[in-house]
Design a protein. Structure first.
Length: 355
């Protein structure tokens, strides 16, 4: 879906914040760049997008985002290589997934060229904000939320689309210990689990807090009906290595179709690693941990790329995952990040140069 778009208007900030930022010690997603893309939906259509100074937003107390939760988002990154060229990773996939989420939440879809041309313009304006330090990137957050007013339970008639960016360091440091969830569910059949809807993440916080109180860092989500099947790791897709086979669950209306997930699968297959996309029972993972065939578990997502899991808890028992001399997690993360940062060839055509 495209709409006519001419040159995107750019209104630059009068005072840059960049000189106040310590690019050698970046946390994740807490320092924000000078500008953002802003685009409003009203009168039945998306208006012309603009790049404007990063600013606060004022909404009426009756704005429907506060009452009915029409809010979706994406997560992306921009990178600079040794020549200061700027690259994105599979950005069209992010645009398509944003619109899949939009459709499920009755939000108007954003024209692809608004998304892409707006993002490219924003990155050119804030190019100096893209860090070159190893492990760092410019995190990109496209999101849409309802701005129309009224307490009536119906879709909004107005929305705001924003792309904001944040120079960021690593999302996770080291391995994490997880708890396999036996009571709460991340999503349900027929629900919005496959969409990047804000409410999906809000519902995760309480069970995750309970896990943290027990000494774990994250939750492994299981299916909503029986809690017998492994589904996701926190806000990430999950991979499990039993012997030398990498296993991940199939996407469904409960599981997000992760872009990093798809990349891991394609790279693994290209490298001759056995990959199975199938349902995997909790008891299969526990049995593999007991008999020594469980080699690795890791989460895959945009923010952390790959997050290794050091062990898991289930039914009051803890299971450690032994260190591997040649872990798939480390190998796959390096392959993905080397493609993202233009340090190697890209046989898949995923790298997108911003010109």
């Amino acid at each position: 879906m495209n709409a006519v778009i001419n040159n995107i208007e750019v209104i630059k900030t009068k005072t840059s914040k960049i000189h106040d930022v310590d690019f050698e010690h970046l946390s994740f997603g807490s320092t924000f760049s000078d500008h953002m893309l802003e685009c409003d939906f009203k009168d039945g259509k998306w208006q012309a997008p603009k790049v404007v100074p990063y600013h606060s937003i004022t909404l009426d107390p009756s704005a429907k985002i506060f009452h009915y939760g029409q809010s979706i988002f994406e997560g992306m990154k921009a990178y600079k290589d040794a020549n200061n060229d700027v690259y994105l990773f599979r950005p069209i996939d992010n645009c398509k997934r944003l619109n899949i989420s939009a459709k499920r939440l009755a939000i108007p879809e954003v024209p692809e060229n608004y998304f892409m041309e707006g993002l490219k313009t924003l990155l050119k304006v804030d190019s100096d904000w893209i860090p070159k330090n190893e492990g760092c990137s410019l995190y990109i957050r496209p999101f849409i939320f309802a701005t129309g007013n009224g307490f009536h339970a119906s879709p909004s008639n107005e929305y705001k689309f924003i792309i904001a960016t944040a120079p960021s360091g690593s999302y996770f440091a080291g391995k994490v210990k997880v708890l396999i969830e036996e009571t709460y569910s991340r999503s349900a059949n027929g629900g919005v689990g496959f969409a990047k809807a804000g409410g999906n993440y809000a519902g995760q916080f309480y069970p995750t807090q309970l896990a943290i109180e027990k000494g774990y860092q994250q939750v492994i989500w299981t299916d909503d009906n029986t809690h017998e099947y492994i589904e996701e790791a926190g806000a990430m897709n999950i991979f499990i290595r039993i012997n030398d086979t990498l296993i991940t669950g199939p996407t469904s209306d409960r599981i997000l179709d992760g872009i990093t997930r798809k990349s891991v699968i394609d790279i693994a297959k290209a490298e001759g690693i056995s990959v199975e996309i199938r349902k995997i029972k909790v008891h299969e993972v526990v049995a593999a941990a007991r008999n020594g065939t469980l080699r690795e578990m890791f989460g895959a997502g945009t923010a952390a790329v790959i997050s290794p899991i050091s062990g898991f808890g289930y039914h009051g028992e803890d299971f450690d995952i032994p260190e591997q001399s040649k872990p798939y997690a480390g190998f796959l993360k390096k392959r993905i990040t080397d493609i993202q940062t233009n340090k190697c060839e890209d046989p898949f055509g995923w790298r997108f140069k911003v010109e």
